[in-house]
Design a protein. Sequence first.
Length: 131
Amino acid sequence: MDIPLDALFEAAAVARERAYAPYSKFLVGAAVLGESGRIHVGCNVENVAYPVGTCAEAGAIAAMIAAGDRTISAVAITGSGETPCLPCGACRQRIMEFAGSDTRVYCSGINTVYYSESDISALLPASFSIS
Ligand code: THU
């Protein structure tokens, strides 16, 4: 599938502006491209009980599943730091659960047109699985 990178990053940036991160003050937006071609977004939602907070990627994946898609073709992540925001370990596993054969992960920071891009299996070479 062709990846609509500009639309993916624009959707992630809109979600980032809606992030709820009063504790870390680090805003993150994520957009996933489902197999239908639709884009699903999420942002980080923190909680005063810190471990209850959720990452942007978790929100975007939950939205994708609720909308009926099951396979992620690409993910765009944008954080409010200067450097590209890379997904945490748990989110790499979350992405892997719904990854296709070549799921691309694109990362950016605020005010950067630069992004790093990688295959999810390069970010998580030894994922957990039940065999
Ligand atoms: N965060 C994300 O939402 N996604 C990432 O890829 C990295 C980190 C959030 C979690 C927490 O709300 C804040 O950023 C600081 O870690």
